[in-house]
Design a binder for this molecule. Structure first.
Ligand code: GTP
Length: 597
């Protein structure tokens, strides 16, 4: 296809504003997929994505469209992930296309993720076509939302397309706008090959599949290519496009988007954002701005049943093959035995991996408290990166600690603003900005990441009844007074419950944790002291009284099925417990104890 008849675009939207539904509708209305193969949310391939309705990996589809002017166009849609954890992937896939559809729910208006994603599109130099979705709903208010887009984002929304992705209104107009308002790609077919590695994933039949966008030159089957990041050489054995099923093609030229396979063993050997060129007569200048994505949140994953350790290793290795941003190393905990310390891009990423291990591999896990990476500066001037509070060096050799900070943007209806400010303040936030976008306040806070990784998002949703939206970016490190807090159960430290806390908040946190643990740990035949300590100093203490009666006693003579149920429940509970010294601690204690409410 000649460049003038190609349009490459992505769709940016806040979660639930209808991105996937619109993509499905564009595919369907152009007969890209036969009706019988059409299933809802075609682009979300993994089960877990389908269930949670979140898009994790970038997906892509090539659509043939004959426009009203009678000419045939190729439209390439790259579906970008919407969640903050995957911001780097979003920014890379944005650089692979020239334009974006900005989808805003006309019953809701602009949200934090709308802003974060549209700014990335603007940074990538995109032409932007605003789309007001869900106009079939009575609560739609297109004029207000268009005005808001102009006020808050600062782009012209006077001819925003009014769409119902559900009923199909405005779909034809959207396709026409893509052709008319988005620019055609540029590129030189005779120049040395320069292709961007947009995404890659593992396919059980094909091995590693690489999504590429050709900038200059031409890529063919049988070509020997070089990944510029590590100079590895590969032979292309398949080349094709997504419609959205894979379809082989002869070659891919400038402006085109497609996939290759080249007998690459693992996804780790491919880095999103890397430049691909030919082994011979290749380019010397890679595409600008490459940086590999780094994990920012760490936690320990341990099997509930220690006999499943090898199964867990197997599961983690398999998942890591397919996810270069997920890191792991073996960890041993005095309390939990053998497990893995794993690194994630964010909390959602953590949850997705944990769920997949539990569901797809059927391994019950104990997840320890998520932690960020602290920079520990030693007296001798060296610095170590601390991924696990259990590894905190002795204070006598430590000079000071630094923690990562984020810039958080929160949009919230005015009536909840007070609660949001209080929440941010409680989490050691520093307010940087407060402005209004219609009846909604937009606050910007500088917050420590460690106060956010745990339950900030849940708390924010609950204090605002779900009306707040949130997005963040990492800003760098800053010194603060941080200490390691230990939890002792029956006088034994439980390493998996150690956390880093700010000194001024340690007493409060310690108190809250021991109180929670007192409710979470079942009674035993003996008294159990539960303590929080910093260094050798106890800062909070509770005592769990000894068990007095047999729990089945109250069922005595009563209904047998009830009694059996109770015993079954205890048995199930038992499976999820681990022994610490003489004490059984249930799995949920490791997460629940850290939640603050
Ligand atoms: P993520 O993939 O989770 O980021 O969400 P999304 O933005 O792709 O939203 P999705 O397409 O999953 O739509 C969210 C919800 O809105 C779904 O329940 C859709 O059925 C519904 N929806 C999407 N478009 C319309 C529309 O035009 N009208 C109405 N009434 N509902 C819509």
């Amino acid at each position: 296809t000649d460049l003038a008849h190609i349009r490459n675009f992505s769709i940016v939207a806040h979660i639930d504003h209808g991105k996937s539904t619109l993509a499905d509708r564009l595919i369907q209305s152009t007969n890209t997929v036969a009706e019988r193969d059409m299933k809802a949310q075609l682009l979300d391939s993994m089960d877990i994505e389908r269930e949670r309705g979140i898009t994790i990996k970038a997906n892509t589809v090539r659509i043939d469209y004959t426009a009203d002017n009678g000419e045939a166009y190729v439209l390439n849609l790259i579906d970008t992930p919407g969640h903050v954890d995957f911001a780097y992937e979003v920014s890379r896939s944005m650089r692979a296309v020239e334009g974006s559809l900005l989808v805003v729910d006309s019953t809701q208006g602009v949200e934090a993720q709308t802003l974060a994603n549209v700014y990335q599109a603007i940074d990538a130099g995109h032409e932007i076509v605003p789309v007001l979705n869900k106009i079939d709903l009575p609560a739609a208010d297109c004029d207000r939302v268009a005005e808001q887009i102009e006020d808050v984002i600062g782009i012209d929304a006077s001819n925003a397309i009014r769409v119902s992705a559900k009923t199909g209104i405005g779909i034809h107009e959207t396709l026409e706008a893509i052709v008319k308002h988005l620019p055609a790609p540029k590129g030189d077919a005779t120049a040395p090959l320069k292709a961007m590695l947009v995404d890659s994933w593992y396919d059980s039949y094909l091995g590693v599949v690489v999504l590429v966008r050709i900038m200059d030159g031409t890529l063919k089957k049988g070509d020997r290519i070089k990944m510029m990041q590590n100079s590895s050489i590969h032979l292309i054995d398949r080349i094709g496009v997504f419609r959205p099923a894979m379809q082989p093609v002869e070659s891919l030229g400038p402006g085109e988007i497609g996939f290759i396979t080249a007998q690459i063993k693992q996804v780790r050997d491919t880095r999103v954002g890397d430049t691909i060129t030919h082994e011979k007569k290749g380019t010397d200048t890679p595409l600008p701005g490459f940086k590999p994505s780094q994990p920012v949140v760490f936690c320990g994953l341990f099997p509930v049943d220690s006999a499943e350790f090898e199964d867990l290793r197997d599961a983690i290795e398999k998942l890591a093959l397919n996810d270069a941003s997920f890191s792991y190393e073996m960890e041993t905990s005095a309390a939990l035995g053998f497990g893995f310390r794993c690194g994630f891009l964010g909390l959602l990423h953590l949850e997705v991996i944990r769920d997949r291990i539990e569901r797809e591999y059927n391994i019950e896990l104990i997840t320890t408290a998520p932690s960020v990476i602290y920079h520990v500066y030693m007296r001798d001037g060296s610095m170590i990166e601390l991924h696990n509070p259990a590894d905190m060096p002795d204070l006598s050799i430590v000079d000071h600690l630094e923690e990562p900070r984020i810039k958080a943007t929160i949009l919230v209806p005015d009536e909840y603003l007070g609660d949001v400010l209080k929440l941010c303040q409680d989490r050691r936030g520093i307010q940087e900005d407060l402005t209004y976008a219609g009846a909604r306040a937009m606050v910007v806070y500088d917050l420590p990441l460690n106060e956010v990784v745990f339950d900030f998002y849940d708390r924010l949703k609950s204090v605002t009844k779900g009306y707040a939206s949130f997005d963040y970016q990492l800003m760098g490190y800053r010194q603060d007074h941080l200490v390691k807090m230990q939890i002792l159960v029956n006088d034994e430290p439980v390493d998996a419950l150690s956390t880093m806390v700010h000194r001024d908040r340690a007493d409060l946190r310690g108190r809250a944790m021991v109180e929670k643990l007192k409710d979470l740990i079942p009674r035993h035949m003996f008294k159990i002291p539960i303590q929080a300590a910093i260094g050798g100093k106890v800062i909070a203490r509770e005592t769990l009284a000894a068990l007095r009666k047999d729990v089945t006693a109250k069922c005595y003579g009563g209904d047998m099925s009830r009694k059996r149920k109770l015993l079954d429940k205890q048995k199930a509970g038992k499976k999820k417990m681990r022994q610490f010294g003489k004490v059984d601690i249930p799995q949920e204690a490791f997460i629940s104890a850290l939640k603050m409410d």
